[in-house]
Every structure is written in structure tokens, then in C-alpha cells.
Write a protein that binds this ligand. Structure first.
Ligand SMILES: Nc1cc(-c2ccc3ccn(Cc4ccc(CN5CCCCC5)cc4)c3c2)n[nH]1
Length: 243
């Protein structure tokens, strides 16, 4: 997968050479390019913002540098065209389902806004040549899109083939079955007077699978009733969990 990131703070993405994303880049599974938006400014001050039409707080990102940046990164007549992802407080919620969708794309371009956002005409023009999705990471306001891109890149990259050592862990994790996963334990069997649940040391894989599902249901009901409400009855009734 090819990923391009455009930002006025390209150094934000230096940590992406660490750990799994670093391995994905080294193995060629992820081909990441980070670009400084100011590359596409032409004034001595390398200006990327201006005052908002209609008044209001702060500054807005000028359309011209963005237009030239996207011209440079979107090969004319690219098929399929890249998908442009724009972190935004007013975007659609980023979910594991969206992470899977985006992980299937051959080419993603992330536009990191700052100030009060990007001139809307940039997104409108981009939509004439590629799919554009404004994505929110949650109902809180960040300073800009960079942190959101790092989160989305991590969620997307771990879904790419060969990135996770044990592909099984993808299958078992939260939001994969629509439930929060059960608690995890490792050695020692007793720690500060707390024992690991006996069932997990029983070797009875059928009982263990059922215990984990019960724990997942209990946790989800307590912490995320919204997720439980979305589960269909047959999924809830799946008591005879496959081992
Ligand atoms: N999930 C999530 C994503 C983001 C996010 C993503 C990208 C950018 C680019 C800039 N910001 C900062 C910012 C601050 C305040 C506003 C609201 N402001 C009110 C007055 C009229 C204009 C708009 C909008 C943008 C960003 C914030 N925050 N949270």
C-alpha cells in the first residue's frame, strides 16, 4: 500500500519508523511518503493560512498550496484513484470497519489540517478526481490532523498482510466480533495475592472459549452498551463458541 501524508509538521511522522510501522515500511508492505505542504508555497514567508471569510476565530488554510500538493501526488488518470482522507472534527467516526476499508485501498493520501481547518474548496475540488472522506477520531478537538493520521495509520497498517506476527490476534480482538475482548493474563499464576482465573489454566479449550465469551459480553454490557445494542440476537446467542 502506498500512503502519502501532507502536513506543515512533517517531523510529527518521524516516530513512524519505529516498531511495526517501521517493519511494514522495511518489508515494503507499506510505502510511506511524508510531504511538507510548504513545498507548494511560493512566497518568501511560505504562507499556508489566511483570515476566514465571514469572520470567526483563528485562521484557515489557503487552497492554493493544497491544490498544488494534490496535483503533484495524484498521478493524472490514476486508476483506481487514491482515496483522500482528511481528519476533521466534523468527519465520519473512524472505526475498525473503516480501518479495514481503508486497508484495502492501494493508495491513501492523508491531508493534515491545522488552524481552523482547510478551505472547503480543496475537498470539493479533490472530489472531482478521487474519493474524499473526512474522518473524526472522536468527539473532542485536536490542534490538527497529524495525531489523528498517526492513529489511523497504526490501525490500518496492522491490518495489512504479514504485519502482525500472529494473524490470529486480528481475529480475536475487540471490535472484530462486535464485543470487547476478555481480560488477558500471563505468568506468574499468583501475583500480589491475585490468582489467574482457574479456568484459563484448566486446558479445557471449550470451557475457556465459553468463559472468554461470557467475560466479553459482561464487559461490553458494562462499558459499551451501544455495541451490545448493535449485535444481532443470533450473534448474542452464539453460546457454543467454536474452540
Ligand atoms: N476527531 C478530531 C479531529 C480533529 C481535528 C482534525 C483536523 C484539524 C485541523 C485543524 N484542527 C483544529 C480545529 C480546531 C477547532 C475547529 C472548530 N472551529 C470552530 C469555529 C469555526 C471553525 C472551526 C476546527 C478545527 C483539527 C482538528 N479534532 N478532533
Amino acid at each position: 500500500m502506498r500512503v502519502d501524508v501532507i502536513s506543515i509538521f512533517p517531523d510529527y511522522f518521524a516516530p513512524l519508523d519505529l516498531s511495526l510501522i517501521g517493519k511494514a515500511r522495511a518489508s515494503g508492505v507499506l510505502d510511506l511518503g511524508v510531504h511538507d505542504l510548504r513545498t507548494w508555497t511560493h512566497d518568501v514567508h511560505r504562507t499556508v493560512d489566511d483570515t476566514p471569510y465571514g469572520g470567526g476565530p483563528g485562521m484557515v488554510m489557503r487552497p492554493e498550496p493544497w491544490g498544488e500538493a494534490l496535483d503533484a501526488l495524484v498521478p493524472p488518470g490514476a486508476t483506481p484513484p487514491p482515496r483522500l482522507l482528511v481528519p476533521s472534527p466534523v468527519g465520519v467516526p473512524f472505526t475498525q470497519a473503516l480501518a479495514y476499508e481503508f486497508a484495502a485501498e492501494p493508495h491513501l493520501i492523508f491531508a493534515c489540517g491545522r488552524y481552523e481547518g482547510i478551505d472547503q474548496r480543496v475537498l470539493a475540488h479533490a472530489e472531482t478526481r478521487m474519493p474524499v472522506t473526512e474522518v473524526s477520531l472522536g468527539d473532542y478537538v485536536l490542534f490538527g490532523g497529524e495525531v489523528a493520521v498517526i492513529v489511523m495509520l497504526e490501525a490500518i497498517t496492522r491490518l495489512l498482510p504479514g504485519v502482525l506476527g500472529n494473524a490470529d490476534s486480528l481475529d480475536e480482538e475487540s471490535h472484530a466480533h462486535g464485543l470487547l475482548e476478555a481480560p488477558v493474563y500471563t505468568k506468574p499464576p499468583t501475583w500480589r495475592e491475585q490468582d489467574v482465573p482457574e479456568i484459563l489454566r484448566s486446558g479445557d479449550h471449550g470451557r475457556i472459549a465459553r468463559w472468554r465469551r461470557d467475560e466479553a459480553l459482561r464487559r461490553t454490557a458494562a462499558r459499551r452498551p451501544d455495541m451490545l445494542a448493535r449485535l444481532s440476537t443470533e450473534q448474542l446467542d452464539k453460546r457454543d463458541v467454536a474452540t
